[in-house]
Design a protein. Structure first.
Length: 643
């Protein structure tokens, strides 16, 4: 709309205002009163009262008020108080009438004294305490007490907008909690869900699910009530509004993970406020009695198996641009995360006007990764695949075994119950051992790409600390943050922190051994996917080796693999001279893949400087520079006939 169009539209507004002013003046007995708006005469009150006929006396609340009274524990007197406070919000006549009764035109709401007077109650009687802070009307959030510094009887009463909307038939979510609260209902035929739902329906009001949120919303759905799913990090001071919303809707509350809450003050307050509202909490740790005055019924939730995950993804993708028929990957996501990931996948597919692909699913999953681990590890989005690896067949088989274990661990360890006891997690750990440059880090990236995950390379500078106990704390942070992401954790040069325990000769040895012991325990309880790399396998403690699922050896490439590496590293875009002899380079120079990559890049720079294609001379020059960098001897026999 242009500026002229707006001005034209405002003409209609002005006409309506003029008509309203004329109508007001036509019925005004004192049009020239200079004190208009500052007082209300008795005649004006009579005109207001004569405007509408007197309704029949109200006796009992109807279905809506009756349900409200039942849900909030209100007495008939409480309901009458609520209606008196509500009147100015639904009928503007009551604003002026209340102002007249308050003898103050600026006080257009009912006060505590006026409410008692209208109900024929004594100001000093017990009825006034039905509006005390701990009364059902006030503690339930149905009435706000204004002007707390005024005398008690002079304090105004206000009904929150959400309560007014509810009584007028509007059931939209409260605007003050819409940013961190969602309404969810999810049906499930899981017998565990049916059992827990029956318990909630029978009267269980506090339930703690250890292991995740997967069953929280389905349990409340089975109990016959919707769920208010809260974001614990954004809850703030809106607990009263959340509990009121749950009561108005007859809903339950889902909150978690409780591990992410700092001082647990919000958790304790929520537990205290919801004695009559179903509350389901979830987290990874066992319930601590200090978290709340009431102790919940605790149940351990096993991770979803492949069939359940596929069903959850199918429900989340229903009605989207397309549906996937294959396994969506080894992603350990909760229902809320699956919903968000599916939304991202659907929008990616919608942008290209095509069905949803596995790549869209992976992009959606990556978008759910928390940023906490980014402060402790370097995040790499994989851009390589199996075709980029040049490895012996045995090493490739070991990498494939790692992928199989990561993909089917929930089915084998959960459904088939092949997990040993002792509090061991469902994690998969592998060791990549070999000289520097043999492809260990690149192989970890390929594994992450095959699983549809990001690779997180742990930055040892943020982990290792010279002070006693600090390294363990930092490692605990790494493992805790890794549990919240769908990624592969890579400890490069792992022997720096996973080294052998030594004989205790002094306090330094004792604390070093304590660090190793902590790592042993933490690795066993880890539920993610971790890869350790080392240049010297013998440096690792034998206890770590025993707990590893896969050990992949990365030998120095032989001549055939070196030839393939030279060809792969030079690529297809780089121009090659006719005299380029890759077979000679592969035969004469025993280099690792990392060194071959460095030589190829150096040769490309030499070719770019001369403007000629890459030939054998450029490669030999690059190899000589690499030898000097590695500190190796430049033997004439190796470089002949290019010496």
């Amino acid at each position: 709309m242009t500026g002229s169009e707006v001005l034209t539209a405002l003409v209609d507004v002005e006409l309506r205002v003029r008509q309203a002013i004329q109508a007001r003046r036509a019925g005004d007995p004192m049009p020239d009163d200079p004190y208009r708006g500052l007082y209300l005469t008795a005649e004006a009150v009579d005109r207001i009262l004569a405007g509408n006929p007197v309704m029949p006396p109200w006796n009992e609340p109807g279905p809506l008020l009756g349900k409200l009274a039942e849900d909030f524990g209100l007495t008939p007197l409480d309901v009458r108080f609520l209606l008196i406070a509500l009147a100015p919000d639904v009928d503007p006549r009551f604003e002026r009438l209340y102002a007249y009764l308050n003898d103050d035109m600026t006080r257009r709401r009912a006060t505590i004294g006026l409410v008692l007077d209208l109900c024929g109650l004594q100001a000093a009687g017990a009825a006034r305490f039905r509006l005390a802070p701990n009364s059902p009307l006030v503690s339930g959030g149905l009435i706000d007490i204004l002007e707390q510094d005024s005398p008690a009887l002079a304090r105004g009463l206000r009904v929150p907008d959400r309560v007014v909307a509810y009584l007028l038939g509007d059931n939209e979510l409260d605007s003050s909690i819409v940013d961190f609260c969602r309404i969810r209902t999810v049906a499930s035929d899981d017998p565990v869900v049916a059992k827990l739902g029956a318990g909630v329906k029978a009267g269980v009001r506090l339930l703690y699910l250890r292991g995740g949120e997967r069953l929280a919303v389905p349990v409340l759905t089975a109990a016959g009530c919707p769920s208010l799913v809260l974001d614990p990090l954004r809850l703030g001071d809106a607990l009263a509004a959340v509990v009121r919303e749950a009561r108005l809707r007859g809903a339950g509350i889902v909150l978690g993970p409780v591990d992410s809450l700092g001082e647990k003050k919000v958790l304790r307050e929520l537990v205290a406020r919801t004695s009559d509202v179903p509350l389901i909490l979830y987290g990874q740790r066992s319930w601590d009695p200090l978290w709340g005055e009431r102790t919940p019924v605790s149940r351990t939730v096993e991770p979803a198996d492949a069939a359940q995950r596929k069903a959850e993804w199918g429900a989340a993708l229903a009605g989207s641009a397309g549906e996937i028929t294959s396994e969506p990957g080894p992603y350990r996501l909760g229902p809320e995360q699956i919903q968000r990931a599916a939304s991202v996948a659907a929008q990616n597919a919608m942008l290209d006007a095509r069905p949803i692909s596995a790549g869209d699913i992976r992009a959606g999953v990556r978008a759910q990764n928390a940023a906490g681990l980014d402060k402790l590890a370097r995040r790499i989005e994989p851009s390589v695949g199996w075709s980029d690896l040049v490895l012996p067949e045995q090493t490739r088989d070991q990498l494939a075994e790692l992928v199989v274990r990561a993909r089917h661990r929930d089915h084998v360890l959960g459904t088939w119950r092949m997990r040993p006891g002792g509090g061991r997690g469902r994690g998969v750990t592998a060791l990549f051992a070999g000289e520097s440059g043999t492809g260990k880090t690149m192989s970890a990236e390929v594994v992450a790409a095959e699983l549809g995950m990001d690779l997180y390379v742990v930055d040892l500078s943020t982990v290792v600390d010279k002070y006693v106990g600090e390294t363990e704390k930092n490692l605990e942070r790494v493992f805790a943050e890794a549990a919240a992401v769908q990624g592969v954790l890579l400890f490069d040069e792992a022997d720096a922190i996973f080294g052998k325990r030594s004989q205790v000769k002094d306090a330094h040895d004792r604390y070093a051994n304590l660090e190793s012991a902590f790592l042993l325990q933490r690795m066993e309880s880890f539920d993610g996917i971790a890869v350790l790399t080392t240049n010297l396998r013998a440096n690792l403690d034998e206890a770590f080796t025993r707990r590893l699922d896969v050990i992949a050896d990365f030998p120095v490439p032989d001549e055939a693999n070196r030839l393939a590496l030279w060809d792969r590293c030079l690529g297809t875009a780089l121009p090659r001279a006719d005299d380029l002899d890759l077979a000679f380079c592969a035969e004469k120079f025993e280099l690792t893949g990392g060194s071959i990559r460095a030589c190829a890049v150096t040769a490309a720079y030499l070719a770019a400087d001369t403007g000629c294609p890459v030939g054998t001379v450029e490669l030999i020059t690059a190899i000589r520079q690499e030898y000097r960098k590695l500190g190796r001897l430049l033997l004439d026999s190796e470089f002949a006939p290019f010496h």
